[in-house]
Design a protein around this ligand. Structure first.
Ligand code: PMP
Length: 312
């Protein structure tokens, strides 16, 4: 995968610079200890041909909350980062893109807190998912990090070593992706996506506490409300999942992607006939529709609300 070429531009500490000329300090605490926070955001070409970043306030607010959770200095505001992201997209002539903001630490080989952080926003092309493929998923031998050992609501770089181990294990065993359980042995999430499953037309998803509270997960919950599909957030076991009619992963990168099987068990429902498939179609439509022209809430209103709920 080519993330950049000699013409690619990225955002670094307030400036647009060529990706091929950007430098970072090899003595950064982030590189040595995984002490950084990041976001994964998508932009889409809307039905009228505009470039739209999907849920940018939610993502940049989570970035701020992640940095605060890790005691990293954070000095940027949401509007400035959204504006910078639109500029990076335009400079690279991209509409359907993956957007990766990363907040990282300066040179520091100790564990002490820093007085400043750096920020970069990188973008690369990513086409929307067509939704035809069904995943073969493996129950991972790895559990998600213990919430008493990590701030698991933060999207911290170091947590992703766990994701890498689980995903590589699944692929080495001939599967497409992993499903991880939490420290209590209940199902939690994928290496980079949340999970829902469907039984008798009802949807279920693991409750908060041991998972990253995905922004796509929140969108799926909104879609369920809009479509009148009953959905329950609760502690879910592997055995319950195995008795489901269908299941899917959801995440910014994954969007909504159905499962064909978990381990040696094939889900019985025909994907196209499920409520899950309806949700997948609604998600696809939602991300590519034009933004409402009437903004009912200002950015700061929305940020205040998000901070108050603080679930990330
Ligand atoms: N869980 C994990 C561990 C993730 O890395 C992600 C991707 N950020 C998600 C869930 C889904 O989150 P979102 O919908 O906000 O992308």
């Amino acid at each position: 995968m080519n993330y950049y070429n000699e013409n690619t531009v990225l955002y670094l500490d307030g400036r647009m610079i060529k990706a091929s000329e950007a430098k970072m300090d090899l003595y950064s605490q982030s590189l040595h200890y995984g002490y950084a926070v990041f976001e994964g955001i998508r932009s889409y070409k809307t039905v009228s041909g505009q470039t739209r970043i999907f849920k940018p306030i939610e993502h940049f607010e989570r970035l701020r909350q992640s940095a605060l959770a890790l005691n990293m200095p954070y000095t940027w505001n949401i509007d400035e980062l959204i504006q910078a992201t639109y500029e990076v997209l335009a400079a690279n002539n991209l509409s359907d893109a993956y957007i990766r903001p990363l907040v990282y630490a300066p040179a520091n080989m100790s564990f002490a807190q820093n007085t400043e952080s750096h920020i970069t926003i990188e973008v690369w092309e990513m086409q929307p998912f067509l939704g035809e493929k069904l995943l073969r998923v493996m129950r991972s031998s790895f559990q998600r990090p213990n919430p008493k050992g990590f701030k698991i609501h933060a999207k911290a770089a170091g947590h992703y070593v766990n994701s890498i181990l689980a995903s590589q294990e699944a692929k080495a065993n001939g599967f497409d992706e992993a499903l991880l359980e939490d420290m209590n042995g209940n199902i939690a999430e994928g290496p980079g996506a949340n999970i829902f499953f469907e039984k008798d037309g009802k949807l279920f998803t693991p409750a908060g506490g041991n998972i990253l509270m995905g922004i796509t997960r929140a969108t799926v919950l909104e879609i369920c409300t809009d479509l009148g599909i009953p959905v329950t957030e609760k502690i879910c076991s592997y055995d319950e999942l195995k008795k489901a009619d269908a299941a899917f992963f959801c995440g910014t990168a994954a969007e909504v992607i159905g499962w064909g099987s978990i381990d040696d068990h094939t889900f019985p429902a025909t994907w196209a006939n499920t409520q899950s498939a309806k949700i997948q179609a609604a998600y696809k439509q939602r991300v590519t529709e034009d933004e409402k022209t009437v903004q009912l809430e200002t950015t700061s209103d929305k940020q205040e609300k998000l901070t108050a709920t603080a679930g990330l």
